[in-house]
Write a protein that binds this ligand. Sequence first.
Ligand code: TRP
Length: 331
Amino acid sequence: MVNSKKRILTGDRPTGALHLGHYVGSLANRVKLQNDYESYIIIADVQALTTHWDKDDHLRNDIMQITEDYLAAGLNPELSTIFIQSMIPEIHELTMYYAMFTMVNVLRHNPTVKTEAAQHGFKEMSYGFLGYPLSQVADISIFKANLVPVGEDQLPHIELARRVIRRFNELYKPVLIEPEALVGEVPRLVGLDGKSKMSKSLGNAIYLCDDARTVQDKVKNAVTDPARIHKNDPGHPEVCTVYEYHSVFNRPELEEIESNCRQGKIGCVECKKNLAVKLNNLLEPMRERRQQYNQAAIKDILMEGTRKAHAAALDTMAEVREAMAINYFDR
Ligand code: TRP
């Protein structure tokens, strides 16, 4: 029987270890959804070159690291097909077809691309950087994904995907699927320093691979209400990073923590210790799962996933070439 489950496609650039922000922003969703959807997870190594083209010697390690993080977080390779973007050349073929009817202005107005360009201090943009959202449209559509679980910064790319795919279907034949985005429960987790978001480059992250002691130390140094100097001073949870983390990772005790903090009944040290316990409770099963995979097993999972993904991509490309009437001579 044909598999009638709907499909998910999502993924990440391999740029280092995943942290709690990735987990609550999209990874937790993927783990949940893999039971009900046919799931494809792309490790976008070519997209990583848009900002790290001169640091390609990190890619192999980063690919292994992110795959280990996925498996630790609970992605099951029997349910989620994890694969490497550069090993599916048809993605780049499809990107080129899309490039023919996508206007440069549309790409130039992408707010996420603009923000990233500013973050990296790019005065000029490479063709690949400006165009990476279009390549992402190919990542999604070559698998005919219905749903794309992502962080909120990716929404402009999903909007582009809908637009480009709709256009393709009108121009040629309706063979492609317009996807929907699904944003995680906590679209943007603040960093431990209370500033902006949790991110590797800001040095304010707790990684899924951190050990228990490291988590305790990082939480100990997290920023709390600056107006609270003595343990008995009344606190202001609304400006406290640790409280914000409790609201994500420790819902059941939230009301109690809030009222104790406001009345100065619980000090920051105790409150942080409690949070570290809750975070370690979440991370401990991931640490155990991580132990189950050695490097050879991770590589096998990647190669098997890539083989399966490639077969699916070839099926779509046969339809795409037929729709565009560029399937000359029965190739
Ligand atoms: N742009 C995504 C990121 O930076 C990674 C990515 C590449 C992606 N292709 C994708 C995400 C397709 C969702 C769907 O994390």
